[in-house]
Design a protein around this ligand. Structure first.
Ligand code: P6P
Length: 336
């Protein structure tokens, strides 16, 4: 349901007033992140005209080639958030270690993690990309902040969301009371509430997975996808459609909008790694959003939000979306 001209600020103030889910400092933090995303959106939209396409000639902690926009987006988020007094530290897919707020600024009680520009392989071919963010509270049992403070299960998040830079720029957010979507009104320069409760249907006919990895999958995943491909003549009794945009933000946004199941499972190409996607700033925020919208999110066996992280850049298998489909995949893992 679209609400008339309720800005992000008014929404957050009203949520803060109504249920106390958003203390003032968290509201400030979310408004700063939204403003940073607006700036990133401007750089993304400039494309070749802004000299921001192509690679930066460096690699990130994941060993992935960094795009110029990866670094720009990371810098925008750091610069926007370091001085406000709401954060103790930040962590990013693009930085090896945490970024502690410099002493010249007041330290806050929150920890912000982000993938500044997810899906960056799509940047140069003008396909939607996005910023994913997750907020935790810093443990208050010791002074200062360290990397271990970030290692909290996803169920401890106090806010999570993403900004999708697509045909529209939309901000999707949860603080634990459902999922709201805001669309950027470039004339006003503000995010306007356009859906106040996103909901994922429990069933779907659409799956998202990179099919080129099929020969590397574990048996339960192969069984699930084979049954989807068998369509109405197979055990599922219905035909399925497939989508794979290779930009998690965009695939998840489609699922939040119309349902579906997204999978990036473990595969035997790198058997020592549990999966490709990162737990802290990709899987956890997306898992909370999906659960808040009535869906489910597991690593194939376990609820993602219950996973206790061991490392900041830990990877994880991801199965998320329409509840009944995620539960079916889990069942197939149990039966394996
Ligand atoms: P592949 C983007 O690099 C990303 O981290 C996710 O956004 C996306 O879902 C996945 O990797 C795509 O991976 O192997 O299909 O290119």
């Amino acid at each position: 349901m679209a609400s008339q001209n309720i800005s992000l600020t008014r929404y957050l103030v009203e949520q803060q007033r109504v249920d106390g889910l958003i203390p003032g400092q968290l509201r400030l933090l979310l408004e700063v992140v939204a403003r940073a995303c607006k700036r990133i959106s401007l750089s993304v939209n400039k494309g070749a005209l802004g000299g921001v396409l192509g690679t930066a000639g460096s690699e990130n902690v994941q060993g992935e080639v960094q795009k110029k926009l990866d670094i720009i987006a990371n810098e925008v988020l750091i610069e926007a958030n370091e001085w406000g007094g709401h954060l103790a530290a930040m962590a990013s897919e693009e930085m090896d270690s945490i970024y502690v707020v410099p002493n010249r600024y007041p330290q806050g009680e929150y920890l912000l993690m982000f993938d500044p520009l997810d899906g960056s392989s799509n940047i140069d071919v003008n396909v939607s990309i996005g910023t994913i963010f997750s907020v935790l509270k810093k443990p208050d049992d010791h002074p200062g902040v360290q990397e271990a403070d970030f290692l909290q299960a996803g169920c401890k998040q106090v806010a999570a969301g993403y900004c999708l830079y697509g045909p529209q720029t939309v901000l999707v957010l949860t603080v634990g009371d459902g999922v709201a979507m805001f669309t950027l009104d470039r004339e006003q320069g503000s995010f306007i509430l356009t859906t106040d409760k996103m909901e994922i249907p429990a069933d779907t006919k659409e799956f998202a997975i990179n099919m080129s990895n099929m020969r590397h999958w574990d048996a339960p995943v192969k069984r699930y996808i084979d049954e989807c491909l068998a369509g109405k003549d197979g055990p599922r009794g219905k035909d399925f459609n497939m989508r794979w945009i290779a930009s998690m933000v965009t695939d998840v946004h489609r699922i939040l909008t119309r349902g579906g199941v997204f999978m990036y499972p473990w595969d035997k190409r790198e058997p020592e790694k549990p999966g490709k996607l990162r737990l802290m700033y990709e899987a956890n925020p997306m898992a909370w959003l999906v659960e808040q919208a009535g869906g489910a999110a597991t690593n194939g066996r376990q609820r993602i939000l219950d996973i206790q992280p061991g490392k900041l850049h830990e990877r994880v298998s991801v199965v998320l979306g329409s509840k009944n489909e995620v539960e079916r995949v889990t069942q197939y893992h149990l039966e394996a």
